[in-house]
Design a protein around this ligand. Structure first.
Ligand SMILES: NC(=O)c1ccc[n+]([C@@H]2O[C@H](COP(=O)([O-])OP(=O)(O)OC[C@H]3O[C@@H](n4cnc5c(N)ncnc54)[C@H](OP(=O)(O)O)[C@@H]3O)[C@@H](O)[C@H]2O)c1
Length: 341
């Protein structure tokens, strides 16, 4: 759903040749419905549209003849009602839209960090009377932070200050005007700082006794748009309740693995967090496409005189921050037997 949009195109590209999920159905608005996908879509990604997809007829986003598993990349102004209608009708909706992320009965998943949050799904079905379900992935800048911090959760995260340098592809197409972004920095992205602060607490928190318990850490985010095409770079300072050394943190980054790696899910990077030793890395232009865009690259770990440690993190905002994240979520759900495929 939303297959013709920017994130939708990333889904189409990411799903091409997927060993488990075969793309059979594409949905969008009434403006595109009944057209061939190739005619309804201005393909804006590098490389050609994957074979076979162009001939699919775009459908209206109404449940009925859609497959059990649907990915959602719809405009957030319409996603709430449509995603709920699909879940009510028995579909598994794996959504990239922000609409349901912070609902108390919806998992906000980063499979390496909080796969146990899937435990909320039976409660969601009971609360809502749905035959299906909705699971979500975080905002594109939150996921980069959550993966890096997920590796460090064992040390007792107490305070986080993060400053982002976010790519223009995160604003969709056509995004921000070239007159605004060329040779410039935009120090405001509407709603982004609040999302980073609250989503991070939910993801790093726990689930028990039928509810989410957000991590009791204070998170302060500064979000900026910069003239980079793909890849969100984030500088992070973090303070812990324990006193991990630099070596402890490097060791935690190096050893960090989660359910996707243990279960060898098809889209899982071999290592979700990769530390780069060079002083001038990670860089979006050099590093963002590595590991198929599914890993977070960290570097420049050093002492922080205000909190305890500070480092740089980089992730691909439209892959690990959007389509790839949702596909990995669906793979996790399938590995738990939660999809009727
Ligand atoms: N861009 C990113 O990097 C990014 C990252 C994370 C999350 N997101 C989220 O992902 C979603 C999509 O973002 P985007 O940048 O891909 O937006 P976009 O390019 O504007 O695409 C929007 C999609 O929604 C469809 N749509 C609009 N109205 C609809 C309706 N009434 N019924 C069904 N489909 C409808 C559009 O179909 P038509 O072509 O037919 O109009 C199009 O496929 C948003 O919720 C956004 O917040 C984006």
């Amino acid at each position: 759903m939303g297959a013709t949009g920017m994130v939708g195109q990333h889904f189409v590209k990411f799903l091409a040749g997927h060993p488990w999920f075969d793309l059979k159905w594409v949905g969008a608005s009434g403006r595109s419905a009944a057209m061939k996908y190739r005619d309804a879509t201005s393909w804006r990604l590098e490389g050609a549209m994957p074979d076979g997809v162009g001939d699919l007829t775009v459908e209206n986003c109404v449940p009925g003849n859609a497959p059990h598993l649907v990915f959602s990349a719809m405009d957030s102004s319409v996603a709430t009602g449509i995603e709920q209608a699909f879940a009510a009708a028995g579909h598994s909706v794996v959504s990239n839209s922000r609409n349901h992320r912070m609902e108390p009965d919806v998992p906000l998943l980063v499979p390496e960090v909080n796969p146990d949050h899937l435990q909320v799904l039976p409660l969601q079905k009971a609360n809502r009377g749905w035959k299906g379900q909705i699971a979500t992935n975080p905002n594109c800048s939150t996921i980069v932070l959550s993966l890096a911090l997920g590796a460090l959760k064992q040390f007792g995260i107490q305070r986080v200050i993060v400053t982002t340098m976010q790519a223009i592809s995160g604003a969709g197409y056509p995004g921000v005007s070239s007159m605004d972004i060329n040779a410039n920095v935009l120090p405001f992205i509407g709603g982004e700082e609040e999302k980073m602060e609250t989503e991070t607490q939910k993801i790093l928190g726990s689930f028990g006794a039928g509810q989410f318990h957000p991590l009791a850490a204070s998170v302060s985010a500064h979000c900026n748009r910069v003239p980079v095409l793909d890849g969100h770079t984030e500088t992070v300072s973090v303070g812990f309740s324990s006193r991990p050394t630099r070596e402890d943190i490097l060791d935690a980054f190096a050893k960090f693995r989660g359910a996707p790696q243990e279960r060898e899910l098809p889209s899982a990077p071999a290592r979700p967090v990769i530390y780069l030793d060079e002083d001038n890395r990670p860089q979006p232009r050099r590093d963002v496409e590595r590991e198929r865009g599914m890993a977070v690259f960290v570097g420049r770990l050093r002492n922080c005189p205000v909190l305890q440690h500070k480092f740089v993190a980089l992730g691909h905002n439209t892959v690990r921050g959007a389509a790839g994240a949702a596909v990995l979520n669906a793979e996790l759900m399938r590995s738990e037997g939660l999809l009727s495929l």
